[in-house]
Design a protein around this ligand. Structure first.
Ligand code: URA
Length: 280
C-alpha cells in the first residue's frame, strides 16, 4: 500500500514523523535508489526499497513500548558527541531499536518512554493530546506559598507564559522542600525554568507520571514493557467503551499529589486554571 514516506520512516522506528520529514528534506532518503526530497512523496514499503543514509529501512512487525526509570547522568538521545551514557545503554535484550518519546534532561530522572512505534509516539507528542506529566522537584531551602501560586498560575519564560499548572508542596524537610508540578506542555527544561522564574533552586528533578502511567516501584535504571491496555489508554483509545485520553487511572478528583516518600503536608496546595490528573 502506498504511504507517505515520512509515515513509513517513523513507523519503522527510525525517528519521529517530524524528524523523518527533516531527513527527507536533507536528501538522506532514497526510494529505489533515487533521492527524494519532496515531503508529499509516497512509496510502498512492501515493494519499494527505501533507504535512509544509504541503509535499507527495516520494517519491524513487532511494536515495542518501554517504560524506563531513567537515572540522572544519562542522555536522552541515540548518540552523543561527548560520549556520555545513553538511555538506550540501559535497555538490555530489547529486540529492536527504540527511540525516546520526548526527552528528559541529562540530570533529570524518572519516567521515560521509548518505542519503535512511530505512530504511537506521534500521538503522544501531539500538543492536541495535552498529556499531563507530573514531576517531583527537590528544591533548596523553604518554598513559600506565593512561589507555588505563581508557578500554578503561569510564569513568564523567554518563550512565553506557561499554561496553568498543578503545583503542590509534598514534603517539607530541614534543608529542602519537595514540590510536585504537573504540566501538559513540553517545552525545553520547562520545570527547571519555571522554578528559576520564582527563584527556586532545583536540587533534584524526577518525572513520576506520564498521563495514566506512573513510575511506581520500578528501580532507577530498570525498565518494563507496557501492556497493550496501557499502550492504548495512553494514546487515548477507548478502554471498554470509555474514552480515557491518557488520564491517570488513580484520578479521584481533587486530591493533591503526594510523594511516595512523603507523608504529605498541611501547607496549602495550588492549582492553576486547569485542575486534572492529580494522584492520591
Ligand atoms: N522539565 C525540565 O526542566 N527538565 C526535564 O527533563 C523535564 C521537564
Amino acid at each position: 500500500m502506498l504511504e507517505r514516506l515520512q509515515k513509513i520512516i517513523s513507523a519503522a522506528g527510525i525517528t519521529s514523523r517530524r524528524a523523518s520529514e527533516t531527513l527527507i528534506q536533507n536528501g538522506q532518503v532514497a526510494v529505489n535508489g533515487v533521492v527524494v526530497t519532496e515531503l508529499g512523496t509516497k512509496a510502498d514499503p512492501d515493494k519499494d526499497t527505501i533507504t535512509v543514509d544509504g541503509k535499507p529501512l527495516k520494517i519491524s512487525a513487532q511494536r515495542i513500548h518501554i517504560l524506563l526509570n531513567k537515572p540522572p547522568g544519562y542522555i536522552t538521545a541515540l548518540k552523543d558527541s561527548q560520549s556520555r551514557p545513553l538511555v538506550t545503554d540501559l535497555l538490555k535484550d530489547v529486540p529492536d531499536r527504540v527511540y525516546p518519546v520526548g526527552r528528559l534532561d541529562y540530570n533529570t530522572e524518572g519516567l521515560l518512554l521509548l518505542t519503535n512505534d512511530g505512530e504511537w509516539a506521534n500521538r503522544l507528542m501531539h500538543p492536541r493530546h495535552e498529556i499531563e506529566k507530573e514531576y517531583h522537584v527537590r528544591v533548596r531551602g523553604k518554598v513559600i506559598d506565593q512561589q507555588l501560586k505563581r508557578m500554578a498560575d503561569g510564569v513568564e519564560l523567554e518563550d512565553g507564559m506557561t499554561a496553568p499548572a498543578v503545583v503542590n508542596l509534598v514534603k517539607s524537610g530541614e534543608q529542602n522542600d519537595w514540590i510536585s508540578v504537573a504540566i501538559h506542555e513540553g517545552r525545553n527544561r520547562q520545570v527547571r525554568r519555571m522554578c528559576e522564574a520564582v527563584s527556586l533552586s532545583v536540587v533534584r528533578l524526577k518525572r513520576i507520571r506520564y498521563g495514566s502511567l506512573v513510575l511506581g516501584t520500578l528501580r532507577s535504571g530498570q525498565f518494563r514493557y507496557l501492556t497493550d491496555a496501557e499502550v492504548r489508554e495512553l494514546a487515548g483509545e477507548p478502554q471498554n467503551g470509555a474514552a480515557s485520553a491518557g488520564r491517570p487511572r488513580h484520578e479521584t478528583g481533587h486530591k493533591p499529589a503526594r510523594s511516595d516518600k512523603s507523608g504529605g503536608s498541611d501547607r496549602p496546595k495550588h492549582s492553576g486554571g486547569k485542575v486534572s490528573g492529580r494522584r492520591q
